[in-house]
Every structure is written in structure tokens, then in C-alpha cells.
Design a binder for this molecule. Structure first.
Ligand code: ARG
Length: 461
């Protein structure tokens, strides 16, 4: 026959170039374990329903064990002629156990088979990403704990804004990563339904039991519509989207590591183990891990876009276009998983320079708001008026080349007659941070409390 699977209605084999073009085995062999798991559940269900004899079931199960071992040990010979992982496994099963292999595909199509395999893979991958997110969060919390009192400038427009602490800044990423983790787990919950039994698109006339296979494979339930079951790839897009959002979080962190490691900032330095040198410039130590975190995010977003474009024009049910789902899906989720491990390592080993941070926080009039707040609190000025008074003082300070706390009593009083030198105690970055002592604020006590909360949550997520 021209093809062992559907040779019946064909008289010529595929063109050589078509065979290559059509094959997905180069990348879907990644689904071997899931494919065999699905086949085991299907064979057991068929036997329990009296569709397959006990003897055939046993032959199939032991044959599948052997195929699995061959693949795990790297002895399996993948064949392009057999197109994909599904037919490669079945083809080898036939060589091993003969005729019974041909009964495994009763009441099943590659359409529900591949949808099942991918969902199993996505589920596992999302679990790994969720736990990798926990790992990065843990590293951020640990680093934050060491820097609750490390004052640094907070930025808006990347211009010095108001003092914060390094801990407070790091804890922002812990919150972000936690929402990322929530989205990953949501995506997993929605993906965890079983397409098996939908067959090509319209189910089967055999008396199958879809609850059995769904349960055996750890799915929450069988999918409620056979056409949807084989047509849907929104679960893959949702997983990739959630992963891309996590990548975007890491990318922003990475960008800060890059910019903060410049000598102009000098706030941090990535450990040697996460940096690289230059082939020509002997002095170089570049933050490549951070740059790659930032760079790979583009690729992950691109992967999502690629599958979204593949899916947007497809009629129900299966079209071969959908074979294009796997490469971007695998690449995106694997990449994000790797990125999270790198982000955790980079964070754990980051060198921090508190003096440079404190020095930067003392420049740029970062406590101007504290001065305005003092005028509101002590002199009952409307905030707008206080803002105006301080604005005038900032421009005097700039002219004199000094910071706000260095202005003379005369200058202060010229700006407002009741503005006296006692305000200076409020104008240090440390005092500014300590004064922001409410839930969600940067005061050290608040950071300590938040760190305690995170430690508890991360310990039992
Ligand atoms: N290799 C195919 C894929 O990944 C499996 C499904 C093939 N189904 C079909 N009707 N040709 O999408």
C-alpha cells in the first residue's frame, strides 16, 4: 500500500517534497509520552466497554510499554513517512504486536488524539511554570528582606521621583509575578478538559465511555461538544498569553537590571555567573542574562501572535493548519520556563550597592513632596499652594546648586514666612520613606509585614 494508514483509497505515494512538508514528527515527538498515556487510557476504556478483547488490551498495553521504553532510551526510529507521533507510535506497535495494534484506533481519530496530547503537555508545562514563578518570587522576597532599609530613588519617567526602598521595589515584582501565576493556574484549569472520544469531529458509533478516559488522564471532565473538542486551540493561546505576561514581567525587571548596572547608575551588578565578557574589550562585564530575558520576551509574544493568526480564519472542525500550533506553543512555554529559572538565579546572586542607591536618592530633590506635605500639615496650606511654594524653592536650590535641605533659613522664610528650619528633619530620603507608613507603602515596617505575608503564602501556595 502507498500508506499503511490510509493506503486503501490512494494509488500513488506522496511526492517526496510533500512527505517532508506534511510531516510533524520532527517536533511532535515531544508529545510521545502524552500520546502513549492517552492510548493506554483509550485501550483500557475500549476493553471495559466490551469493544476490545482482554487479550488485545493486554497486547496493546505491553506493546505501548515497549514503545515508551524504546523512545525513552533513544532507540526509537522516527519515520517521516509516518508523518507524526501518533502514526509513528501505532506503526511501531504494529511491528511489535501485529494485528491487535490496528484495533487501538477504534472510535478515535488523530484529531481528538492530538488535542488530548497537547492538553496533557500544556497542563504539565503550566504546572512547571507556576512552580518556577514561585521560585522567582521566593528569590525576590529573600533579596527584599535584606534591603528593607536600603533607600533608593523611586522613578517616574525614569526621572528621580520620590524615595522608596530597594525592598519595596522588589516586592512590586512579587505582586506582579503572583498575578502571572494566577493567570497560569487559570489557564491550566480551563485547559483541563478531555477531548478524547470526539474522534474526527462527530464522536463515534461505538459505545465509548468518555468519563472513564477523562478521569484516567486526570482531566476534570470530558469536553461537552465533539466539534469544539477537536477545533479548540484557545487553551493553547490562553496558556501562551499567560506565559507571555509572565515574560513581560521578567522583561521589565531585566530592563531595570540592565540600566541599573550601568556605571551611570551603579545600583546593582549581575553576578559573574550570570554575566559575560567581550572577545575584544578586556574590561567588559555585560548583563547578558538580563538582556536575554528581555530579548526572549519578544519571541514569546511572537509565538502567541503566530498561533493567533493561524487560528483566526479557521472554520470548524480540524484543518491541517492546526499542525502549526505546536512549534510556537512548545517554544513559548519552554522559553518562559527557562527564563524563570534564569530570573531566579539572577535575582539570588545579584550584587547590590546600597551606597550608590542612597546617594542617588539624596539628589534630584526627591523629597520635594515631603516639604509640600509639611506645609499642608503644619501651616494648613492647600496642597496646590504648597506645591507652588516648594516649586519656587526647587528653582532657587537649582540656581544655588544645592539640595532642598541645604537651603538657608532666610531662603525658606522668603518662600513662606512660617517655613522654618525644623522642616529639614523631614527632608532626608530615610525620613521620607519612614513617613509613608500605610498598607502598601515603602516604610520599612510595611515591607517587613508584606514580606512575612509573602513568605507564608509562598510556603503554601
Ligand atoms: N499531526 C497532526 C497535527 O498535529 C495530527 C492530526 C492530524 N489530523 C488529520 N486529520 N490529518 O495536527
Amino acid at each position: 500500500p502507498t500508506n499503511t494508514m490510509w493506503g486503501g483509497r490512494f494509488s500513488v505515494p506522496p511526492a517526496e517534497i510533500m512527505e517532508k512538508f506534511n510531516a510533524s514528527i520532527g517536533f511532535d515527538q515531544k508529545l510521545a509520552r502524552q500520546d502513549i498515556e492517552g492510548s493506554r487510557a483509550h485501550a483500557r476504556m475500549l476493553a471495559r466497554q466490551g469493544i476490545l478483547s482482554e487479550a488485545d488490551r493486554e497486547a496493546i498495553l505491553s506493546g505501548l510499554d515497549q514503545v515508551e521504553t524504546e523512545i525513552a532510551e533513544g532507540r526509537f526510529v522516527f519515520s517521516t513517512a509516518l508523518e507524526d507521533i501518533h502514526m509513528n507510535v501505532e506503526g511501531r506497535l504494529k511491528e511489535l504486536i501485529g494485528e491487535a495494534a490496528g484495533r487501538l484506533h477504534t472510535g478515535r481519530s488523530r484529531n481528538d488524539q492530538v488535542a488530548t496530547d497537547i492538553r496533557l503537555w500544556v497542563r504539565e508545562s503550566l504546572e512547571a511554570i507556576a512552580s518556577a514563578l514561585l521560585g522567582w518570587q521566593g528569590a525576590l522576597v529573600d533579596l527584599a528582606e535584606a534591603h528593607v532599609d536600603t533607600v533608593m530613588p523611586g522613578f517616574t519617567h525614569l526621572q528621580p521621583a520620590t524615595p522608596v526602598t530597594f525592598a519595596h521595589h522588589l516586592l512590586a515584582y512579587v505582586e506582579m509575578a503572583d498575578r502571572d501565576r494566577g493567570r497560569i493556574l487559570d489557564a491550566k484549569a480551563r485547559a483541563n478538559e478531555c477531548p478524547l472520544g470526539a474522534a474526527a469531529l462527530a464522536g463515534t458509533s461505538h459505545p465509548i465511555d468518555r468519563d472513564q478516559t477523562a478521569k484516567a488522564l486526570g482531566f476534570d471532565r470530558p469536553m461537552g461538544n465533539s466539534i469544539d473538542a477537536v477545533s479548540a486551540r484557545d487553551f493553547a493561546l490562553e496558556a501562551m498569553n499567560a506565559a507571555a505576561l509572565a515574560a513581560i514581567t521578567m522583561s521589565r525587571f531585566a530592563e531595570e537590571v540592565v540600566i541599573w548596572s550601568t556605571p551611570q547608575f551603579g545600583f546593582v551588578r549581575s553576578a559573574e555567573a550570570f554575566s559575560t565578557g567581550s572577545s575584544i574589550m578586556p574590561q567588559k562585564r555585560n548583563p547578558d542574562a538580563a538582556e536575554l530575558l528581555r530579548g526572549k520576551t519578544g519571541r514569546v509574544i511572537g509565538a502567541w501572535t503566530s498561533l493567533a493568526i493561524t487560528m483566526k480564519g479557521l472554520p470548524l472542525a480540524y484543518s491541517k493548519d492546526m499542525q502549526e500550533d505546536k512549534e510556537p506553543l512548545f517554544d513559548a512555554l519552554d522559553t518562559v520556563r527557562d527564563c524563570l529559572a534564569i530570573a531566579a538565579g539572577l535575582t539570588e546572586s545579584l550584587e547590590v550597592f546600597p551606597d550608590a542607591m542612597a546617594q542617588a536618592a539624596s539628589l534630584g530633590h526627591t523629597t520635594a513632596v515631603d516639604l509640600a506635605d509639611w506645609l499642608v500639615r503644619h501651616l494648613n496650606l492647600p496642597f496646590r499652594e504648597a506645591h507652588h511654594v516648594v516649586g519656587a524653592l526647587v528653582s532657587v536650590a537649582d540656581r544655588e546648586g544645592v539640595q532642598l535641605h541645604e537651603l538657608s533659613d532666610e531662603t525658606l522664610m522668603a518662600a513662606h514666612p512660617r517655613l522654618d528650619g525644623s522642616v529639614r528633619a523631614h527632608l532626608s530620603p530615610t525620613a521620607s520613606v519612614a513617613a509613608r507608613d500605610h498598607f502598601g507603602g515603602p516604610a520599612p515596617a510595611q515591607s517587613r509585614a508584606r514580606i512575612a505575608t509573602w513568605k507564608e503564602r509562598l510556603a503554601s501556595p
